[in-house]
Design a protein around this ligand. Sequence first.
Ligand SMILES: NC(=O)c1ccc[n+]([C@@H]2O[C@H](COP(=O)([O-])OP(=O)(O)OC[C@H]3O[C@@H](n4cnc5c(N)ncnc54)[C@H](OP(=O)(O)O)[C@@H]3O)[C@@H](O)[C@H]2O)c1
Length: 238
Amino acid sequence: MLKDKVIIITGASSGIGRATALALAKLGAKLGLAARNYAALSAVADQARQLGAQAIAVPTDVTQKDQVADLVSEVLATFGRIDGLVNCAGVGVIRPIEQLTEEDIDRTYAVNTKGVILVSQAVGAAMLKTGGGRIVTPVGTMGRYVMRGSVAYSASKWGAVGALKAMATEWQRSGIGISLLYLGGVNSPFWDAIEMKVQRDKMLSVEDAAQAIVSALQAPAGSVLNELVLQPDSHQFI
Ligand SMILES: NC(=O)c1ccc[n+]([C@@H]2O[C@H](COP(=O)([O-])OP(=O)(O)OC[C@H]3O[C@@H](n4cnc5c(N)ncnc54)[C@H](OP(=O)(O)O)[C@@H]3O)[C@@H](O)[C@H]2O)c1
C-alpha cells in the first residue's frame, strides 16, 4: 500500500524518525529524509537503500524557511510528487519552571511548533497540486496532557496541535489527511539530554512508535486516522 509512495520524514537522523524511515523502507516507500546532522542522516539513507528503498538525505533545519523550501524542491525534483509527511523533528525540555530559560522557550517553540508549521505548509502546498496526501505528526502525550516540568514543551506541542487542526480545516476536502499521534514515553535518544528520572525500559520502543506512524500513513483512501493515543501499558489514560 505504501510501495512507491513518496514520503518526507523530518528528524530522520535519530529515534522515532529513523525507525520510521527503516519501517517505510521495508515497505518500498521512496524517502526524503531531513535533519541537521548530515552524517547521521546519510547513514539512515544508506540503511534504507540496503533495504531496497530509494532514499535521499537532505540536510535541513526545520526552523529555517529557505531550507524547508529546498527540502521540498529536492524531493520533488528527485521523485516528482509528495504523498506523505512525517513530522518527527523535535526537541525536549522537561525542567521545573524556576529553571526554565528564555532559550528553552524559544528553542522548543522554534522546532516543535514553528518547524512543524513551516514544513507542513510547504509540503501541503505540493500535495494540493497532486490531490492530497497524509501529514502524520507524533506530537506526543504532552500535546494533550501536561506534567510537572513540561511548561515549554507542552506549550510547543499544544501549539503544534492547534496549528495542525487549523490546517485540517483549511484543507478540508482537498485530500490532505492530518494525523496527530499522542505517543507516551518512547525510549529514544530524546531522553539522553533530559534530567529527569524515568524508566526507559518501561517506555514504548521506537519500533512501536514507527508502527503507529505507518498505520496512520496506511489509512484507506477516503479515510483519515485523525488522533491516536498510544501509551506504555503502565501509563493508561494519563
Ligand atoms: N521520545 C519520546 O518519549 C517521545 C514521545 C512522544 C513524542 N515524541 C516526539 O517525537 C519526535 C521525535 O522524537 P525522538 O524521540 O525520535 O527524539 P530524538 O531521537 O532526539 O530525535 C529528534 C530528531 O529531531 C531532529 N531535529 C532536532 N532539531 C531539528 C531542527 N531544528 N531541524 C531538523 N531536525 C531537527 C534531530 O536531528 P538533528 O539533530 O540531526 O537535526 C533528530 O533526528 C519529537 O517531536 C518528540 O517531541 C517523543
